[in-house]
Design a protein. Structure first.
Length: 96
């Protein structure tokens, strides 16, 4: 069986996002529950790579809380990401 286009870590990220839209904070918390702990910079570098590959789409939102502007990054899976995820699922879940 051919290797999937995703690493196991990228696959885990796409699996957590699924059909949802998630903030970076929410996604890191979900990954941590799965035993995947990444520092903030390492996590956002991983997400930037997934964006470069066109597997996820990311954007910022901002809110004002107690006169302070809070920016938050959000992500959703793209069609390309869904296709890569499906190939990874076939590989990782059924074995070699």
């Amino acid at each position: 069986m051919k290797l999937p286009p995703l690493t196991h870590l990228q696959f885990a990220v796409l699996n957590e996002i699924g059909e949802a839209t998630m903030s970076g904070r929410e996604l890191r918390a979900q990954l941590k529950k799965q035993g995947i702990k990444k520092s903030g910079p390492a996590f956002y570098q991983l997400m930037a790579r997934l964006e470069e590959l066109k597997y996820v789409e990311g954007w910022y939102t901002q809110q004002i809380i107690d006169s302070q502007i809070i920016r938050q990054r959000h992500y959703r899976i793209t069609t390309g990401g869904k296709n890569a995820y499906d190939k990874g699922r076939d590989f990782y879940w059924t074995g070699v």
